[in-house]
Design a protein around this ligand. Structure first.
Ligand code: HAM
Length: 444
């Protein structure tokens, strides 16, 4: 008896994405890239590992992300490294490191990839999750905010997502925020004793964070606290008004949410989130805003910025639900165009060659390397959804003609035993089915 070996499981809060879910993710990513590129964004890829100080300085030393959620470790040479919890800080670091500002003008960059936060896992919240984000560096014009939000709404519409709400606020700037913080601190002193333990601490260390507390019992108290929008300086007020009227002009509906301060410290002026009714508690599919001082905080030149990150795990959940409700073709498991069934050792070489040549033409081909009887091979071909089965047995080798069976109609034709001829036959057959993709036989 072999000794029982305990299987190793994935780490808590991480998960495997399996087909067909990966196919849905691919479609979401393809659409995102298309829309981002149409708006002039180009891809940036930054490392997953960064110096810990990068996030302490940008996201904020007293935020939940930095104090509780980062995966931080000492490297062998004692340097403190962190698995990135978000990518805005990395993009701005790269912008400074490669002196992209020398080129002048706007830099519009997008990214896709995993982020890490050691939060309590639940539906829509993972310790390794994925973001698709974009950043515009080099302008503080409100039209940038409007255009970027408009692009997001277009992406959600393209993905056929319907139930979503844009929440909008301004968190002011270093000129007007200190005055508001003074007022907020004073108001918090009076109610502090009735707040949760975290908020009692935040009321002293980072009072703005009290506003995005999620504890139910704190909500009526938070609702009555002073609001940043009432303390905005002239410039911040004008910026907010310009963003709102720009959104109205682009036909984008929004909701004013004076409490929307978001969980990262680098924001100035515009902050926003889009929530989806389909998601339950973790309902923010994306969030973002303006961060005009971040470049300077990281030792760079003045470079106002605006951006967002979509939580891809959450977007995929919402999209899946939307597609199930609508007459939109949800991604099915990809079906191979042809299955190659060979019988007898002598046929194996010809079958492998045929598979190789057809695949070189980007045709989706399956072949088994287990010897099989014809009946069983045809069973496998139908099980995997192959459109055609190419049959190569001793008879076919001798006659120099393969049998090609259409698995849908049952019709069987003889085709010359030449990969080029088989490819031409499959192309012709699939082209006849109007609008179908010759690579897979799928309708496009
Ligand atoms: P964030 O709000 O921390 O912003 O994250 C953006 C989105 O990532 C959230 O709305 C959510 O959909 C998703 N997300 C966050 N944490 C998790 C998690 N544990 N599991 C699953 N999804 C999650 C940022 O990260 C900023 N960098 C956005 C930004 C870009 N602001 C300006 N530019």
């Amino acid at each position: 008896m072999p000794k029982h070996i305990e299987p190793i499981q994935s780490v808590k809060g991480t998960r495997d994405l399996l087909p067909p879910e990966t196919e849905l993710w691919q479609r979401v990513e393809e659409e995102a890239r298309r829309v981002f590129q149409a708006y002039g964004f180009r891809e940036i890829r930054t490392p997953i590992l960064e110096a810990t100080a990068l996030f302490a300085r940008s996201v904020g030393a007293d935020t939940d992300i930095v104090t509780k959620e980062m995966y931080t470790f000492q490297d062998r040479d004692e340097e403190s490294l962190t698995l990135r919890p978000e990518a805005t800080a990395s993009v701005v670091r790269a912008y400074i490191e490669h002196r992209l500002y020398h080129e002048g003008g706007l830099h519009k960059l997008y990214y896709l990839g995993p982020m890490f936060r050691r939060d309590r896992p639940q539906k829509g919240r993972y310790r390794q999750f994925y973001q698709m984000g974009a950043e515009v560096l080099g302008s503080d014009h409100p039209a940038i905010d409007v255009e970027t939000i408009e692009m997001l709404v277009l992406l959600l519409e393209r993905l056929a997502l319907q139930e979503f709400t844009l929440l909008l606020n301004s968190v002011g700037c270093p000129r007007c925020r200190p005055e508001y913080l003074k007022v907020l601190r004073r108001a918090l002193e009076e109610v502090r004793a009735n707040l949760c333990a975290d908020c009692q601490r935040r009321a002293v260390t980072n009072p703005l964070r009290v506003l995005d507390c999620k504890v139910e019992a704190d909500q009526p108290i938070i609702e009555r606290l002073p609001r940043m929008v009432d303390y905005l300086c002239m410039e911040c007020r004008q910026h907010l008004e310009a963003v709102k009227s720009g959104l109205q002009d682009s036909g984008v509906a929004y909701q004013d949410v004076p409490r929307l301060v978001r969980g990262l410290d680098y924001y100035t002026r515009t902050t926003f989130e889009i929530t989806s009714g389909a998601l339950g508690a973790q309902n923010a599919i994306l969030g973002g805003g303006r961060y005009d001082g971040l470049s300077e905080m990281l030792g760079g030149p003045p470079a106002p910025g605006f951006g967002f990150a979509i939580g891809e795990d959450r977007l995929a959940l919402a999209v899946k639900e939307a597609w199930e409700k609508q007459p939109i073709e949800a991604p099915r498991a990809r079906r191979p165009l042809a299955y190659i069934a060979w019988m007898g050792d002598a046929a194996l070489g010809a079958a492998a060659k045929l598979a190789r040549e057809l695949r070189r033409q980007n045709l989706s081909i399956e072949i088994s390397y287990q010897p099989n009887k014809l009946k069983r091979a045809l069973g496998t071909a139908s099980k995997i959804g192959a459109r055609f089965t190419v049959i190569i047995g001793e008879g076919e080798l001798a006659s120099g003609r393969y049998q090609v069976k259409d698995m849908g109609t049952g019709q069987q034709d003889e085709v010359e035993a030449d990969p080029g001829k088989v490819a031409a036959y499959l192309h012709e057959k699939t082209a006849k089915r109007e609008g179908s993709n010759p690579a897979t036989g799928e309708r496009t």
